[in-house]
Design a protein around this ligand. Structure first.
Ligand code: IMP
Ligand code: MG
Length: 178
């Protein structure tokens, strides 16, 4: 049996998203960045972030897949949905739900860098620093979290739980205890 425990509640997330938006808006003042959301996990964060940003920008999405199913990454990253906007000469900000081993984001950054954006930065709402395998700079970071599998606020376990408003830890409930 699986049990959900709230790790970061929706109000705490909301306040941090506002703080991130304030930082980003100040840094990109007078520019017109393209925010590239990494599907599917970032869609809830992206929707909240752009409304807090409330500044001129464009939005695009790219699909990455590294998790077959379950809670461990396959380590093989694939692009499963392409960008519509040309990014050459543009300020690109990647919006990601969570940085875990860093494999997907570093693969994506290499892919985007080859398309010659004038700048390339990363905003990730959650980060598990203890899991990092590939070095990665996250320019705008929401929360460091412990090495636990989390769901909610767009993040899933086998496509379940994306709709939860809080970030929750998915725990296995041990069977047969009194
Ligand atoms: P990485 O390549 O290992 O950094 O994995 C990054 C991707 O794995 C994220 O964009 C998520 O889609 C997914 N992921 C990593 N950790 C979790 C988690 O705790 N819950 C849900 N998805 C996760
Ligand atoms: Mg993701």
């Amino acid at each position: 049996m699986q049990k959900l425990r709230v790790l970061i509640d929706k109000e705490t997330i909301r306040k941090r998203v506002t703080g991130l938006a304030d930082e980003i808006r100040a840094d990109y003042a007078g520019r017109h960045p393209i925010l590239v959301g990494v599907l599917k996990g970032s869609f809830v964060f992206m929707a909240d972030l752009i409304r807090e940003l409330n500044m001129p920008m464009e939005i695009d999405f790219i699909g990455l897949s590294s998790y077959g199913s379950g809670t461990e990454s396959s380590g093989q990253v694939e692009i499963v949905g392409r960008l519509r906007c040309p990014i050459e000469g543009r300020d690109v900000l990647v919006v990601e739900d969570i940085a875990d081993t860093g494999t997907s984001l570093s693969f994506l950054l290499d892919y985007l860098r080859k398309r010659n954006p004038s700048s390339l930065k990363v905003c990730a709402l959650f980060n598990k620093p203890s899991r990092r395998k590939v070095p990665l700079t996250v320019d705008y970071l929401g929360f460091d979290i412990p090495d636990r599998f989390v769901v909610g606020y767009g993040l899933d376990f086998n496509e379940k739980y994306r709709y939860l408003p809080d970030l929750c830890v998915l725990e296995e409930e041990s069977q047969g205890e009194p």
